[in-house]
Design a protein around this ligand. Structure first.
Ligand SMILES: NC(=O)c1ccc[n+]([C@@H]2O[C@H](COP(=O)([O-])OP(=O)(O)OC[C@H]3O[C@@H](n4cnc5c(N)ncnc54)[C@H](O)[C@@H]3O)[C@@H](O)[C@H]2O)c1
Length: 267
């Protein structure tokens, strides 16, 4: 199957770390022009250097997806660098801190809703007028199986990701007539291959009380036993699904939610 992503301009938010890094590398391998829109510029530059090492093009735009103006700037920079067009947006940024809901505080809710839900709204709203004008475009947002079936210690994260799902379906209904498709990929547990591919702001960063501390190797072994395919996710599993949904091979697919989680959730 030829994905035809060569020469496409692709913005990957959070492309500096773990899954986003692999999504950026995957598009680069397909010959796309990649814009890594990450708040962690140093980590994003590492990925851009990896892409340059492959003989491909990548640009870093320091972006805070919780700030609408910053996301508009990322879109304008991408257009200016690559032929005045953006073909694909991958809303990949996410963040979670596992806490029992009855022990959470509103400040944590706000942070999780801003990063996981408002960020996706900002980026999507920033790119849509351009895609509507061109009457084409594909947007893939990364949610989570937590949005579909809930997840222990992740009430607010799950709710924010469920917002991503519902908003995406609604926007897909509204802009389908312009030839724009929006879909969602829900990873299961997808640990990074090494600490090297994890940024300072990553949810996998150790010593922050986040999933990187909670999800020990022992826990990963236990989790494998409840995944029907008996392994955890690899960033490549998610990136391949994103590349397919972004491509013309998926030209009749919109408003859909695809779990990439070894059969963990079968909604
Ligand atoms: N890894 C998993 O097990 C898993 C499971 C389910 C869903 N997900 C989702 O997949 C996506 C990627 O997960 P990951 O494990 O690669 O995450 P990660 O934390 O390793 O990477 C997230 C990236 O986003 C960047 N970022 C954070 N806040 C930002 C902001 N305000 N503006 C711009 N960039 C920002 C970080 O610098 C980092 O590079 C997320 O949406 C996550 O919720 C991950």
């Amino acid at each position: 199957m030829e994905l035809g992503l060569g020469g496409k301009t692709v913005i990957v938010t959070g492309g500096g770390s773990n899954i986003g890094r692999t999504i950026a590398l995957t598009f680069a391998k397909e010959g796309s022009n990649v814009i890594i829109a990450d708040i962690d510029e140093a980590q994003a530059q590492k990925v851009a250097r990896e892409i340059a090492g492959m003989g491909r093009k990548a640009m870093v735009v320091k972006t805070d997806i919780t700030d609408f103006t910053s996301t508009q700037n990322a879109v304008e920079r991408a257009k200016a660098a690559y032929g005045g067009k953006v073909d694909v947006l991958v809303n990949n940024v996410g963040w979670a801190k596992p806490v029992l809901f009855h022990e959470t505080e509103p400040a944590l809710w706000k942070k999780m809703i801003d990063i996981n839900y408002v960020g996706m709204l900002n980026c999507t709203r920033a790119v849509l007028p351009h895609m509507i004008e061109r009457k084409q475009g594909a947007i893939v947002s990364i949610a989570s199986d937590a949005a579909r079936v809930g997840e222990y210690l992740e009430a607010v994260y799950a709710g924010a990701k469920a917002g991503v799902v519902a908003a995406t379906k609604t926007i897909a209904l509204e802009v389908g007539k312009f030839g724009i498709r929006l879909n969602i990929v829900c990873p299961g547990m997808t640990p990074p291959a090494s600490d090297e591919v994890v940024g300072e702001m990553s949810l996998w960063k150790k010593g922050t009380g986040g999933p990187g501390d909670l999800i020990t190797l022992e826990m990963q072994e236990r989790a494998k036993k409840v995944y029907p395919l008996r392994r955890l996710g690899k960033p490549e599993d998610v990136a391949n699904a994103v590349a397919f949904l972004s491509s013309d091979c998926a030209s009749f697919i919109t408003g859909q939610v695809l779990s990439v989680s070894g059969g963990f959730s079968m909604v």
